[in-house]
Write a protein that binds this ligand. Structure first.
Ligand SMILES: [Zn+2]
Length: 404
């Protein structure tokens, strides 16, 4: 089972100074900042997924790439741009979620192939249009016409994409995208894609589905799937179901959730193979607009806020050297929650995080190097490193699966 990490230009600066919370004055982003595969000792994923919509920008907003970055990606190619070691696969897609509200996909087959082949991707997904619904009972006759229209669009693009990609067949693998709204409709898409010639098929639009619905769809696909067809689940991580997915021909998936949970989730910020922990929130007074407003309005003493912030960090680090106990740390965390007028109350969960201290046992190179900083929810350098750590945990979980 191969895990692809969707790129969103997430890098960390190895020379970042955690004590002073400062970047090195000598830092050159493009040269010095590193991707997860460059800072983790063990490879955190098997491949990278890069979306055209992320590179080019989309109707929903600007992309993650500046114009010079975009130009460098085209000039250097995907392997050199990401400084990928041997053995990390590359997959392109259109990023259909970015244009899901449009009537039609905004790309032509030629533009998309130009992106995939021009950047040197090993494989790329055909242009597709996501169906934002799931109804296992709806037949072609009873389905919402918009669903059947989107399926027809996706299949038509897949047909033209297959034909146009044949001239690159020596070094590029076309991946057909299957969209559906039910087990039967997904199976029909897969059957048609196989008839066109596709051996790799990506199943799209399944992100909101329950695991049960995904499995039902995979069961239906089993009836039409020919030996040798490999399935990719777009945007899905359900580690508990991966073994079963694998038995239905799934050989790869991609997902950002392990990474993003480190700073987006309310609770599951730091993963281990057995559990998830809430990270310790010590936001910077300087970077906290609510707190700054409260200080300006005179409701909070700025001096007290900064003193409490410093004391909290000091005690967290002192916990590691044995200078402070867990209750010392919880005491100052309670102070900081009060001073910073945080709406959330995490102290109960903090006690669990601090007493289990999972970062001390983690073998990943980031936890080994940064220790307690990894559990502190504060600023992009810590939060992204914790996300990278989560990727390495996911990779370890995948390696422990029966099917791989
Ligand atoms: Zn770690």
């Amino acid at each position: 089972m191969k895990f692809y990490f969707p790129d969103s230009q997430d890098l960390v600066s190895p020379s970042y100074d955690f004590i002073h919370d400062e970047y090195s004055p000598l830092r050159v982003r493009q040269r010095d900042d590193k991707y997860a595969h460059e800072v983790l000792g063990e490879r955190p994923y098997d491949g990278m997924l890069v979306s055209k919509a992320i590179v080019d920008g989309s109707v929903k907003g600007s992309g993650k790439y500046s114009e010079p970055q975009r130009a460098r990606l085209y000039r250097l190619g995907v392997k050199r741009f990401f400084r990928l070691p041997e053995g990390i696969a590359t997959l392109g897609d259109c990023g259909a979620f970015n244009y899901v509200t449009e009537a039609e996909p905004p790309y032509t087959v030629e533009e998309v192939l130009d992106f995939y082949v021009g950047c040197g991707f090993e494989a790329g997904v055909s242009i597709d249009h996501i169906i934002l619904a799931y109804d296992s009972a709806a037949s072609v006759a009873t389905a919402d016409p918009e669903w059947t229209r989107r399926q027809a669009i996706s299949l038509e693009f897949a047909r033209r994409f297959w034909d146009a990609s044949q001239q690159y067949a020596k070094h590029f693998v076309p991946v057909g995208s299957a969209q559906g709204w039910s087990p039967a409709s997904y199976a029909r898409s897969v059957a048609e894609l196989q008839e066109m010639g596709y051996q790799r098929i990506a199943l799209g639009g399944m992100v909101p589905l329950k695991t049960r619905d995904i499995l039902d769809s995979l069961h239906a696909i089993d009836d039409v799937r020919v030996p040798g067809t490999e399935l990719h689940l777009l945007g899905i991580t359900r580690v508990e179901a991966m073994d079963e997915f694998a038995r239905h021909g799934v050989t790869s998936f991609d997902s950002t959730s392990a990474f993003r949970q480190s700073f987006m989730d309310d609770r599951k910020n730091y993963h281990t193979e057995q559990a998830e922990y809430v990270a310790i929130r010590v936001p910077q007074v300087d970077g906290n607009p609510t707190l700054k407003r409260a200080i300006l309005a005179g409701r909070v003493s700025g001096r007290e806020a900064i003193a409490t912030e410093r004391e909290t960090l000091h005690r967290l680090r002192g916990l590691e050297s044995g200078a402070y106990s867990i209750s010392d740390v919880l005491e100052t965390l309670a102070d900081y929650e009060r001073v910073s007028q945080s709406k959330n109350r995490y102290l109960q969960q903090y006690a669990r995080t601090l007493s289990d201290a999972p970062w001390r046992d983690c073998p990943c190179s980031l936890c080994r190097k940064h220790g307690v900083e990894m559990i502190i929810f504060r600023g992009t350098e810590r939060n992204k490193r914790r996300g990278f750590h989560n990727l390495s945990v996911l990779e370890r979980k995948m390696r422990n699966l029966q099917y791989r």
